[in-house]
Structure formats: C-alpha cells, structure tokens
Design a protein around this ligand. Structure first.
Ligand SMILES: Nc1nc2c(ncn2[C@@H]2O[C@H](COP(=O)(O)OP(=O)(O)O)[C@@H](O)[C@H]2O)c(=O)[nH]1
Ligand SMILES: [Mg+2]
Length: 308
C-alpha cells in the first residue's frame, strides 16, 4: 500500500465529514450569505479543526467568494487545502535530532491509552525495516499489562527489550535500556513511560526523574521527547498536548487513532496552536499503520473524494 493510500484510508471518516459539509453549499443560484458561512463554520468545527483554524478558513473563503474566485466545490477545497498546508508547514518540521556518537534516545510520553506502547512497537518495526538496531525500554512499570504488552511486541519483532519489576523504578529501566543500547551499538533506544495521572505534580515529578536519569546514562539524551495523543478524543487532544507541553520540551507529536475518527482536523488545530513537529500518525492497528507524517499527503487525504 502506498503511503498516500494509508493516509486516505486512515482519514476516510474525516474526509467524508468534510465532503458532506462542503457539498450542498452551492444550491443553484442562491448566493452565499451569512447563513452559508455559519454552516461552513459549523461543519469545519465538527472535524475538530478548532475555532482559530476554522475562522482562518472561513475568512479566506469569504474573501475569495467576494472576489469571484469561488465557483465550485473544487475551489473551496483548493482554498482550504492551501491554508491547511500553510499551517502544517509553519514552522517547518526540523529533522530528528540524531545522536552522531551512539544511540538516539527517544522518550515517549502521554496519558494511559493514548497509544505509547503500540506506537513504540510500530516505530521499532519501522526503524528495523530501515536496517537500524533498536533497543526498547519497558518503562511503564505501573501496569502489569504495560510490560507484558511490550514483551509480546518485542518478541514478535525480534527486538531486545529491557524490563523492570512491576511497581519498580521506571527511571532505572530507562537507565538500563540506554546502557544496553550503548553496549549493543543500537541506533535507537525507545523508552516507554507510565501515563498515569494521579495529579499533574506526580506525573511531572516522575517523568522529570526519568529524564534526569536518562541524562546520567548518556549526557546528550534524551535526544527526542515525543508525545502520543489520541486524535479520536478531538479537542481534548489539544488540551492534553498543551498540558504536556508545559511540563516537557516536546520535540515531536505522534497522533494515534486517526483511523476510525472523523476528528482528524485536530492535527491542524494542535499544529496551529502549539507548533510541535508532527512526527508520525497512527492510521490503524497493524504494525505498519504508523506512518511518518507528511503534510501534503495528509492534506490531500483530508479532501480526498470518497463516499459522501
Ligand atoms: N485504531 C487504532 N488503534 C490504536 C492506534 N494506536 C494505538 N491503538 C490502540 O489503542 C489502545 C491503547 O494503546 P497503548 O499503546 O496500549 O496505549 P498506552 O497506554 O499509551 O501505552 C490499544 O488497544 C491499541 O491497539 C491507532 O493508530 N489506531
Ligand atoms: Mg503502554
């Protein structure tokens, strides 16, 4: 399957919802009026593009309409695509901070259920496909299922994994995983964390410790801190990204579960407000369903023709 096909399939629901809202705006000879713009606004908001992005799109469409530049659905789509692409490319995504003298350490954070462990397995698979050596750190020591799930994935992938004791110190697991990564001359060490959130303070203290201990194992690490966010929770995803961003210098976003949701617009809302590089998107449950984010493919898939 081509990368675009993955995006198209994964974003089918969002695209359908957008298409449905756009078709019908041209009802024969009736000129666009305030009601048209209100309908358009409502429809775009429904895909979780958020109020700011929606306002930008509607204002631009209005401007183009008044200047006689909008005559068909295709014109609306072209205008929206152009704006969304500009948002997704601002600021441009910097390359991954690859460690030239040893393993590149990626710390994965995010709330429980957001897709950390699954995304780590998918990432490991993707790196291994490129011929890279990967070591995993099963840093979610708080849930029995956390380590087991990681173990099953690692076994399936044939990828070494460093584990800790249930209820043990997740910072120690991170430390050991990096040491194992150095010893095995791994290209990547990907570290899972617990996402429990008793209080914000707890989570902050715990993740702060993991980060500090990582720096002891390898002073330049972590090279990347990626946040997984479940896109299917719509605007709550933006709130989560905003909150985590206050705690950590997030260097990348992994947006999961874009398949099966009509709320894919949230990717644009998060990028517009927080500017984090979108690194990967989860477009399904299979091991190859984590794809490097590509603004052009994403935008094209968002407006791809399909069932309305
Ligand atoms: N459909 C779909 N499901 C996903 C995706 N990513 C994760 N999941 C599912 O979401 C659930 C929680 O994922 P998990 O990795 O355990 O989350 P964690 O608690 O953050 O480690 C699992 O059932 C995953 O299979 C995705 O991109 N698409
Ligand atoms: Mg997990």
């Amino acid at each position: 399957m081509s990368i675009f096909s993955f995006f198209k399939k994964g974003l089918e629901k969002t695209a359908t919802s957008i298409k449905r809202s756009i078709s019908g705006l041209f009802t024969g000879t009736k000129a666009w009026d305030d009601e048209t713009y209100a309908k358009l606004e409502q429809a775009l908001i429904a895909t979780d593009l958020g109020p700011t992005v929606t306002a930008t799109l509607v204002a631009d469409l209005k401007d183009r309409y008044i200047r006689g530049k909008i005559a068909t659905d295709a014109d609306i789509i072209a205008a929206c695509s152009e704006n969304i692409l500009a948002i997704l490319n601002t600021p441009p995504t910097p390359p991954i901070n690859v460690n030239p003298d040893g393993p590149t350490v990626i710390l994965m954070v995010g709330v429980n259920g957001s897709g950390k462990t699954t995304s780590i397995a998918k990432l490991a698979h993707s790196f291994m496909q490129e011929g890279k050596k990967v070591v995993l750190g099963a840093g979610d020591t708080f849930r029995a299922a956390g380590a087991t799930q990681m173990q099953i994935w690692a076994q399936r992938l044939g990828c070494p994994v460093v584990e800790g004791k249930l209820g043990g110190d997740s910072a120690a697991v991170a430390f050991d995983a990096i040491k194992a990564g150095i010893a095995r001359q791994a290209d990547y060490v990907i570290i899972d964390t617990a996402g429990r959130q008793h209080t914000r303070g707890d989570l902050m203290a715990e993740l702060e410790k993991v980060k500090r201990i990582i720096g002891k194992a390898l002073p330049s690490a972590p090279h990347e801190i990626w946040l997984t966010v479940d896109a299917s929770i719509g605007s709550n995803a933006l709130t989560q990204a905003r909150e985590f961003g206050k705690l950590f210098p997030i260097t990348g976003l992994v947006l999961t579960k874009l398949d099966g949701t009509g709320r894919g617009g949230i990717v644009v809302a998060i990028k517009q407000e927080l500017g984090y590089p979108v690194r990967y998107v989860g477009l399904g449950e299979t091991i190859d369903a984590l794809q490097p984010f590509n603004a052009e493919d994403f935008t094209a898939a968002l407006f791809a023709p399909g069932e309305a």
